[in-house]
Design a protein around this ligand. Sequence first.
Ligand code: SF4
Length: 123
Amino acid sequence: METRELICINCPMGCNLTVQIEEGEVVSVTGNTCPRGKTYGISEVTHPVRMVTSIIPVENGEIPMVSCKTAVPVDKNKMFEIIEALAKVSVKAPVHIGDVVLADAAQTGVDVIATKEVAASSL
Ligand code: SF4
């Protein structure tokens, strides 16, 4: 039996989770205060995922940068590859929430989308 100690990152309570694994299968999650902790504990030891957030430059925007995030959480091992790809990306204003700023980020099949409206500069 393998035991993993984790901290749930789904809310500020940061519950201490204990996940027990037997022959590659999660057999129990304890320490969670709510069901999200159990789901997180199982996911973290079987297929850890993270939402990737960043900011990228906006050309001709009323502000110079726009925030963005992956549309859904992605494989944790792909995070840095996605961040590296985003370092080469810029968009032209106007930018709308949900606009795809990077399609199929790092071949994950997941798009990175804008999370803020940026109007074109009036100057
Ligand atoms: S188990 Fe629930 S209450 Fe505890 S940190 Fe996770 S989401 Fe928050």
